[in-house]
Each structure stands twice: as structure tokens, then as C-alpha cells.
Design a protein. Structure first.
Length: 407
């Protein structure tokens, strides 16, 4: 199973966890001791990250977040303040999503951002946190207030407002999606999830001949987790993996050193959203990134799915500048991440990527890893070219799982 990984040993993991827990001590949230200046930027960046990982629910946490969010009214914040206010909003969004009791402490601060901040990006983060839990009628009142402040919103705020205003659509025919080929002669991956992304999703693979990849007569599958560490929605950087089409094109090198903790010890599968630089040919034979219209993107979907708005997410996410999504393992211990009951498994969340299971023993020895199998199957299914397409789809909880349709 390879050489033991020093950063995955029980002692190294305990040390890492203790370091993060040491950061979230009350004195480290002291605003007078650590003002929001360049001198203390690293302190706050690491502290906010540790807060997202461990999610302490103490008065000193709420007070620090409230103080940072109060700076969102600044007309011309410094680059340091901009980055830290954004991170504080991401952490606040996380608390709003995963800890409803925290809303009492953070709601007024987020409302102040929506009502007074001149920066559309921060307003988008705040209104998304506030609006998601609301009944549709109350949500529309809040969205109207934002539109009155920003009659011509920025791209991100416009997409967030549109997404929040839309009612749900019935899921089109899964049989049509399973039978569809995005592009002839290209491998195609399906990742089916439930709306609660803390539940592992299922990966299926069709080879470059359009046949589902099988082993011993059974359709091959593996589980992946598509949960954002910050529980952000798909339009945002570090948000949930968007539904819709992505181009798969090649792998990255094995990560070493501290990068092992985030990505594991195996190569990463490279994914590209529409408009993202770096792809050789999003839709061959045309070289380079996809730069077309939504209508051109929709043509690559089955006819019955072209007007299904959730599958447009990857188009808009790419247009907003999201990038660098990968399929990868993880060397971090699951205990590093606070998680809800449905997340009590060994898959770790990421910052928008799709994570595969990677388990280690007390001496850093590899116990189980899905990335080698995923890489092997993708190589075989693409005839060694490692190119194809990924389609991510959320299946409503009341709908049957795709595997029940038969193949």
C-alpha cells in the first residue's frame, strides 16, 4: 500500500487538531489585541479558517464576527480588510447554514451588510445567507430591497438574486440523461447527489464508446463528497460543486508536503468549467475554453434537460470566474472538520472540489483509497486519453436513485 505518510500518523493528526483548537481560544478573538491590520492579517486568516473547521459556538466568536462585518460599510477597504471581511462573511454563511441557533447572533450584522455595504460581493454573501432559510414570500421582500439598492447589480449579485428568486423545477427524465452523450467518442462521468451535499454522491462512468463501464458484469461506481467546507452555494468561490457540465482533461502531479493534507497522495483529476482558461479544447474540435452563449451550452444537454435551470449552474459559475475544481483524495483526518449527523463518515469536505475516500492508520499507513481505482477506470474508459465530460446532478430526496432505472 506504499510508504507510510508522516502527516497522516496519529501523532501528526493529533498535533494538527490541537493546533487548530488552540487557535480558537477566547483571547485570539480579541479585537483590541488583534486589530484588522496588515500586521495581524495572518492571525485572522488562520483564526477564521480554524473557526470554519471547528465551528465553536461561543459569545467571543459572535462578537468577533460582528466586529469584522461592521467594517463592510467601509467605502475603500484595504486589500487586507477586503480579504478578511470576505472570509468572515463565508464563516458567517457557514454558521447560518449548519447552526440555526447562531442566526440570533449574526442576523443583525448580516442585515446591516445588505442594507448599507456599498460592495455587491459582500451583499451577495450576506443576502444568500439570510434568504436561504426564509419562506418564499419573505425571501422576495428581501430580494426586492437589494434590487432597489442595486438596480444594475454586478454579475455575482445578479446571479445570486436570480438563483434565490427561482422556484424549483421538476426533475426531467433521468433515462434521457443516462442515454445522452455530450460529445461523440468522449468518456462521460455522472455524479449524482442529494440536495444535502453532506451525503456522499455516486460516480458512474460511460466509456468513449457510450457504454457504462462495468466490472464482473456490474456497473462500476464509487462515492464522492461534493460538500463545501463553508457550506456556500455554487455561485461563490469555495462554494458547492455546481451542477451541470464540466470538461475533464488530464491529471495533476502527486502533491507532497503540506499539500498532502488537502489533496492526499494521489494525482488529481483536472476539471474545467465553461470560460475557464487552461483547457485544450472544451468542445473539440474548437480549441481552448468554451466562450459561447447559454444556448450553445444547452445544446450539449439532452433536449428534455436544456431548460432545467440547475444544469446551467456550471455555465454561470465559469462565467463568474470559478476555477480549479478537481477530483482528489485527502490526507486530513475527518475529525478535523465539524460536521452534522449526516456527515458522520470518512469523506472530507473541500473548497468546491469532489473528494474521494482516503483512510490512514495510526502509523500513517494507507488503509483504503478510491483515487487509484478512479484513475484506473478513467484511463481505461477514455482509451488512455484522460479526457471527457462530467455531469453533476442533484436528485431530490423524493426521487428514485438513478441506479434504480437499470442499464
Amino acid at each position: 500500500m506504499g510508504q507510510p505518510q508522516p502527516l497522516a500518523t496519529q501523532s501528526a493528526r493529533i498535533e494538527q487538531l490541537q493546533r487548530e483548537r488552540q487557535r480558537i481560544q477566547p483571547q485570539h478573538y480579541d479585537w483590541t489585541r488583534y486589530p484588522l491590520t496588515e500586521t495581524h492579517a495572518t492571525h485572522w486568516r488562520r483564526l477564521l479558517w480554524a473557526t470554519a473547521l471547528q465551528q465553536p459556538q461561543e459569545p467571543f466568536v459572535w462578537q468577533a464576527l460582528q466586529q469584522i462585518l461592521s467594517q463592510a460599510r467601509t467605502q475603500q477597504p484595504t486589500p487586507t480588510a477586503t480579504a478578511l471581511i470576505t472570509q468572515a462573511l463565508q464563516v458567517s454563511h457557514l454558521y447560518f447554514q449548519q447552526h440555526p441557533t447562531s442566526r440570533l447572533h449574526l442576523q443583525a450584522s448580516l442585515e446591516q451588510v445588505v442594507q448599507h455595504s456599498p460592495h455587491p460581493h459582500w451583499v451577495a454573501l450576506a443576502v444568500n445567507a439570510l434568504a436561504r432559510p426564509l419562506p418564499l414570500e419573505q425571501r422576495h421582500v428581501l430580494l426586492t430591497q437589494v434590487r432597489q439598492r442595486f438596480p444594475q447589480p454586478s454579475d455575482l449579485l445578479a446571479v445570486v438574486l436570480q438563483d434565490l428568486a427561482q422556484s424549483s423545477q421538476p426533475l426531467p427524465s433521468l433515462s434521457d440523461l443516462l442515454a445522452w452523450q455530450v460529445y461523440p467518442g468522449e468518456m462521460q462521468l455522472y455524479v449524482f447527489c442529494r440536495p444535502n451535499r453532506w451525503r456522499p454522491c455516486t460516480l458512474l462512468v460511460k466509456d468513449d464508446r457510450g457504454e457504462f463501464y462495468r466490472e464482473q458484469g456490474q456497473v462500476w461506481s464509487r462515492q464522492l463528497l461534493l460538500q463545501s467546507v463553508y457550506a456556500l452555494d455554487w455561485p461563490f468561490t469555495y462554494g458547492q460543486t455546481p451542477q451541470g457540465l464540466q470538461r475533464l482533461e488530464g491529471i495533476t502531479e502527486i502533491r507532497t508536503g503540506e499539500l498532502f493534507r488537502a489533496y492526499g497522495q494521489f494525482p488529481l483529476v483536472k476539471l474545467f468549467l465553461p470560460f475557464e482558461p487552461g483547457t485544450r479544447a472544451f468542445f473539440p474540435p474548437q480549441p481552448g475554453p468554451f466562450q459561447g452563449t447559454l444556448a450553445a451550452y444547452q445544446e450539449r444537454l439532452p433536449p428534455t434537460w436544456r431548460d432545467y435551470r440547475p444544469l446551467h449552474q456550471s455555465y454561470y459559475a465559469g462565467r463568474l470566474g470559478r476555477s480549479l475544481l478537481r477530483i482528489h483524495g485527502t490526507g486530513d483526518a475527518p475529525v478535523l472538520f465539524a460536521r452534522p449527523p449526516e456527515g458522520q463518515h470518512e469523506w472530507n469536505p473541500a473548497l468546491g472540489c469532489l473528494t474521494a475516500l482516503e483512510r490512514y492508520g495510526p502509523q500513517g499507513e494507507l488503509l483504503q483509497a478510491d483515487m487509484p481505482e478512479i484513475l484506473r477506470v478513467l484511463t481505461a474508459a477514455s482509451s488512455g486519453r484522460m479526457t471527457g465530460y462530467l455531469v453533476v446532478v442533484d436528485i431530490p430526496d423524493d426521487q428514485p436513485w438513478p441506479m434504480e432505472h437499470g442499464f
